[in-house]
Design a protein. Structure first.
Length: 281
């Protein structure tokens, strides 16, 4: 395939402020790859230490090392960074910031601690509250999901710590992929609850056979984008950094990620960084 196809793929369609989507897609992807390498350095060490943050969620050395590796790339761009492991501006200081990175350096820390490989690195660029592009990386498998909203979503396989080029983008698999399978729902491995189970029962009435797959982290959103699943309901707490990159991949693949109550898309850089319950369709 002609490497120049990458530039056709990433057309600049975002106004009034111009965003070079090819340039920043490569930045986001490379940040994920290097963040993934930092995570694996800790993951492969049996002496991993875990702390408990103020919200009772776990924090490992891997979260912090991944965040540092990611910031080496994003700090060279003109956009502010909202990271789970970074210092958070007050809403009064960030409410007028129209374009920013939203980062989760290690999504699925519980899965990391369980050592099941189902954790990701998430980097998204958000403009006016909407994801513009997102990269989701699975360090253990080397799977990289990359999406530019309004254009396309891709899946590539690149080893953690490797380099990504325009040629890689031109050869990536375009999502979703077509496959024969039953109607499939994907749910959280660590946060399944009664409300989610009841919601999935409604699909059984409509479709008869419904396969249900449990996965950790933002992999669930990527499964819908890839064509491996039809729906992902999330009726438990998440934060903006948990979902921004995955939403970009989902929307770039032509699907929806909407609030449960009114079916409108999730928005970002809100005063309260907690997400509402949502459904990926």
């Amino acid at each position: 395939m002609n490497p120049g196809a990458a530039r056709v793929f990433f057309l600049n369609q975002f106004h009034p402020m111009s965003i070079d989507t090819l340039k920043y897609s490569l930045v986001a992807a490379q940040a994920c790859l290097d963040g993934g390498a930092a995570i694996l350095d800790v993951y492969n060490n049996e002496e991993t230490q875990v702390e408990i943050k103020g919200d009772d969620s776990p924090l490992t050395q891997a979260d912090l090392k991944s965040n540092a590796a990611i910031m080496e790339h994003l700090s060279q761009t003109p956009f502010w960074v909202l990271s789970e492991e970074g210092k958070h501006m007050s809403y009064a200081d960030r409410k007028d910031i129209h374009t920013l990175w939203i980062v989760d350096p290690l999504d699925g820390t519980k899965e990391f601690i369980k050592r099941n490989g189902e954790f990701t690195v998430n980097v998204a660029l958000v403009k006016d509250g909407k994801p513009v592009l997102g990269a989701v990386y699975v360090p253990v498998t080397g799977e990289l999901y990359l999406g530019v909203v309004g254009e396309k979503a891709l899946k590539l396989t690149i080893e953690a710590g490797g380099s990504i080029t325009e040629e890689d983008l031109a050869s990536g698999l375009v999502l979703p992929m077509q496959m024969e399978r039953p109607f499939t729902a994907v749910g959280s491995r660590s946060h399944m609850n009664e409300e989610t189970s009841d919601f999935l029962e409604s699909y059984k009435k409509e479709h008869g056979e419904v396969a249900i797959i449990s996965k950790g982290s933002s992999l669930k959103m990527c499964m819908v984008a890839e064509g491996l699943a039809d729906v992902y309901p999330r009726f438990a707490p998440t934060m903006e950094w948990d979902t921004a990159a995955g939403q970009a991949v989902v929307e770039a693949a032509g699907f929806q990620m909407v609030r449960k109550d009114d079916r409108t898309p999730l928005c970002y850089n809100k005063e309260d960084l907690l997400n509402p319950h949502f459904i990926v369709l």
